[in-house]
Design a protein around this ligand. Structure first.
Ligand SMILES: C[S@@+](CC[C@H](N)C(=O)[O-])C[C@H]1O[C@@H](n2cnc3c(N)ncnc32)[C@H](O)[C@@H]1O
Length: 291
């Protein structure tokens, strides 16, 4: 997943802040209603589960809590920056550096029952996405499952008449730098324009029992906890983090001052009830038993 800011540079450019990821994990899990998709019929007490692009490992650690201590869990990420401190890792959980586009060590190949990926791309082109999935499939045992969760179709709304959402919109529109892809297929900053048939990418790579669910973040109605407000601040912090990364790139019009101004104005807009929605996409597929 390359971008126009640098060949081969990852689409998710920011060093993720663990607290932001942990908060996002709560919203996402409530929206989806599961950590592991119910179609994934893996109940073995010795199952091996990988989380690729693990970030703070919040998904993996939560899954580990809900499975027998005889299962094994590995988080892979291209950077250690959000990994939890090693002294806090449960004995059956480990974290390793690995770029999901590069071949995995022979010791990992064909050993996993579940390989999960969540929110690793801003926008992925179809060919890059397929290349990545093919690489992740090498981790799976025959009969093992791939689960890919990502989001698309961000949109902004007012909840009170006469209030502005201009700053939030300007932040989102500023992300065009990341968005300009040929044949985009999945990712946070993407707006779907046609029937993407993402499941076909899974099927063409040989996965079976492929299924896609799409959940709107609107599903989460939790006015007491101000979830909608908190989620919008969380996603704006993510977008602003991406824009901070491009300040140094010449000629794109982004300066620290512009970002600071927009941050302040966007937070006021959210105070006034502006909020966002997203589609959370979960696609699952199984490696055939004989493969
Ligand atoms: C938005 S965070 C999501 C973290 C975690 N999956 C979650 O849902 O909380 C994206 C993560 O993907 C990682 N990432 C991006 N490109 C990657 C790559 N090519 N290989 C492995 N990890 C990658 C980033 O370092 C970052 O930790």
């Amino acid at each position: 997943m390359t971008d126009q800011l640098g060949q081969g540079r990852d689409l998710h450019l920011i060093d993720e802040i663990p607290e932001r990821l942990d908060e996002q994990h709560i919203f996402t899990t409530k929206t989806l209603g599961f950590l592991v998709h119910p179609n994934l019929s893996i109940t073995s007490p010795t199952a091996k589960i990988a989380d690729v692009g693990t970030g703070s490992g919040v998904w993996l650690l939560d899954v580990a809590k809900n499975r027998p201590s005889t299962c094994q869990f590995t988080g892979f990420d291209v950077t250690t920056s959000a990994f939890p401190a090693s002294e806090t890792w449960p004995p059956n959980v480990s974290f390793k550096i690995h770029d999901m586009f590069l071949p995995f060590p022979a010791s990992e190949v064909g050993t996993y029952d579940i390989v999960a990926v969540r929110f690793t791309s801003s926008v992925a082109a179809r060919a890059d996405w397929a290349r990545c999935i093919a690489n992740l499939m090498t981790l799976l045992k025959p009969g093992g499952w791939l689960q890919w969760i990502d989001s698309c179709n961000f949109a902004l709304y007012n909840s009170t008449a006469g209030t502005s959402r201009a700053a939030c919109q300007e932040i989102y529109d500023g992300l065009d730098l990341f968005r300009d892809k040929v044949d985009p297929v999945i990712g946070l900053m993407m707006r779907e324009s046609k029937n993407l048939k993402r499941e076909d990418v899974f099927r063409e790579l040989g996965l079976v029992d492929v299924h896609e669910d799409v959940f709107s973040s609107d599903k989460l109605q939790d006015p007491e906890s101000h979830a909608r407000d908190k989620e919008t601040r969380n996603i704006m912090a993510c977008f602003l983090g991406c824009l901070e990364e491009v300040v140094a790139v010449e000629g794109n019009g982004w300066t620290s001052q512009r970002i600071e101004r927009l941050k302040e104005e966007a937070m006021k807009e959210i105070d006034n009830g502006v909020y966002h929605t997203l589609d959370q996409v979960c696609i699952v597929g199984r490696k055939p038993d004989g493969a």
